[in-house]
Design a protein around this ligand. Structure first.
Ligand code: G50
Length: 475
């Protein structure tokens, strides 16, 4: 299905007016704007609320592309109150923005009240729950959380109140070696997002403040589908581990890359290179929009890729925030390695159109951090994965990747930045993934499931209809 704003414009009616409020980072913005495109397709009227300025250039460019493809979507910029970063609980610029938004969220009230026609619902980012709820309550406005990770991660988030200590961090005694949440495979202690074990960290604070408030939420949207996460979705739907007043969950995925995302600045050079490669022969390597590996680790990855013997397309990231990237590929990767790489691979250091890359016939495998959007995009194209979870929710997502058959991951590599994984080992695992027929067949099956979910009359459409129907009833 091609969703282009211009074609859909004529069909749009003004039945359900929804405001969308994404948070910082491409990992949050990307699924939100895809969701927006689908809601337009289902005849909703939309207002997109964005924070100005965004943390990264990739975000502001993405919003611009979206708005020019969907002129029928209203856009409101939300100005944050001054926020002193030295008081922040984290030094990560994206997480500082989370906090800044949370502490300004009360100002949303007049903004939302002024929108016309009257709003039917607010759909907002998972990182904002306890700061948004007082606002929607005072306006009697139904509120929907968009959970931008896996359903498995959501099961964990929803279960959090049962295992938190009074300081907000996870209670080690209640956690044990593995966390057993009814209805899903146990989560090993080593897969729990590390920040949640640190009292007063931003994530411990957000999880402990926000998860108990889920009972006040009208619904939760997750970019997933039954063929990928049958266990977690069944458990959530049958409410195996939920209180009766727990909100319904809508698996609205797969929210796949769309027309408006096409990036023409760099795509031609990448496509040209890929066009020259054999079918399924190239390994695509990217650790997402906000993970910078250490220089040493970057060089080991490069050596590993050369040693794997496969051709590769590698997106290198040296800084968390793209605005700060100031050095060329050669400086980051090193001159010597760059010479070796030239024969085998294409290395870039800028935002790429990942949807287009994964859809190219030359791509045979994908090495990535298991960020949820990358997992969904790999599933959509049936590209087998070697996962290397770096932070946060990514090991829990890696477990979904393994369980679904989409790919493999190496548990001994640990979280990003903790140990230096050497090139020989990386090369070996890349080769194992690329040569695995089993994974290829299984990833192909996941693709079939994704395509089935996305068909006309499929589960995704059914979920959107149910969601919008519920919003209309609540008006
Ligand atoms: C990053 C991180 C830790 C972490 C997560 C990260 C998630 C993702 C979903 O993205 O769990 C989520 C985000 C915010 C929130 C609840 C859930 O308040 O470093 O756990």
């Amino acid at each position: 299905m091609s969703l282009s704003g211009r074609v859909l414009h004529a069909e749009t009616t003004t039945t359900t007016h929804i405001a969308l409020f994404p948070s910082a980072g491409m990992g949050h913005l990307t699924p939100f704007l895809r969701l927006a495109a689908f809601l337009v397709h289902h005849h909703c009227q939309l207002t997109l609320i964005t924070i100005n300025p965004s943390v990264s250039l990739a975000e502001s460019r993405f919003v611009s592309r979206f708005l020019s493809a969907f002129p029928q979507v209203a856009h409101v910029q939300f100005d944050l109150l001054p926020f002193d970063p030295s008081t922040a609980k984290s030094n990560d610029p994206f997480f500082i923005q989370f906090e800044a938004i949370r502490s300004s969220a009360h100002l949303l009230s007049p903004l939302l009240a002024s929108l016309s026609p009257r709003l039917s619902a607010l759909v907002y980012d998972v990182s904002l729950i306890s700061s948004v709820i007082p606002v929607t309550e005072s306006l009697h406005l139904p509120n929907y959380v968009f959970f931008t990770s896996s359903a498995r991660m959501f099961s964990f988030f929803a279960y959090f109140p049962a295992i938190a200590s009074s300081s907000g961090a996870l209670d080690s005694a209640l956690l044990g070696d593995a966390l057993k949440i009814p209805g899903i495979a146990p989560i090993p202690r080593s897969s729990i997002p590390p920040w949640l074990l640190i009292p007063n960290s931003l994530f411990a604070h957000m999880f402990s403040e926000d998860s108990p408030k889920l009972t006040k939420v009208n619904g939760v949207l997750i970019n997933t589908f039954k063929g990928l996460e049958p266990e977690a979705l069944d458990a959530l739907h049958s409410r195996k581990h939920n209180e009766p007043e727990f909100p319904p969950v809508f698996g609205v995925g797969p929210l796949v890359p769309l027309e408006f995302e096409k990036e023409d600045q760099y795509s031609p050079a990448i496509s040209k290179w890929l066009d020259e490669q054999l079918d399924g022969s190239v390994v695509y390597v990217s650790f997402g929009s906000r993970t910078a590996l250490s220089r040493d680790q970057i060089r080991e990855v490069g050596e590993g890729l050369v040693k794997s013997g496969f051709r590769f397309l590698w997106v290198v990231k040296d800084k968390k925030v793209d605005k700060e990237e100031d050095e060329g590929v050669e400086e980051v990767v090193g001159k010597e390695l760059m010479e070796l790489i030239k024969e085998k691979g294409l290395v870039v250091k800028h935002w790429v159109d990942q949807g287009e890359i994964l859809g190219h016939r030359a791509i045979g495998g994908f090495v990535n951090h298991c960020g949820w959007n990358s997992v969904i995009e790999a599933a959509w194209h049936g590209v087998k994965m070697l996962g290397w979870p770096q932070h946060g929710d990514q090991k829990i997502n890696a477990e979904v990747v393994e369980e679904s058959g989409l790919g493999m991951w190496v548990k001994s590599w640990g979280w990003g930045g903790v140990e230096l994984v050497n090139g020989d080992e990386i090369g070996e695992k890349v080769r194992e993934m690329m040569e695995s027929q089993t994974l290829e067949v299984k990833a192909g099956r996941v693709r079939e499931e994704a395509r089935k979910a996305a068909e006309i009359g499929g589960i995704r459409e059914k979920m959107f209809k149910e969601l919008i129907g519920k919003m209309e009833q609540e008006k």
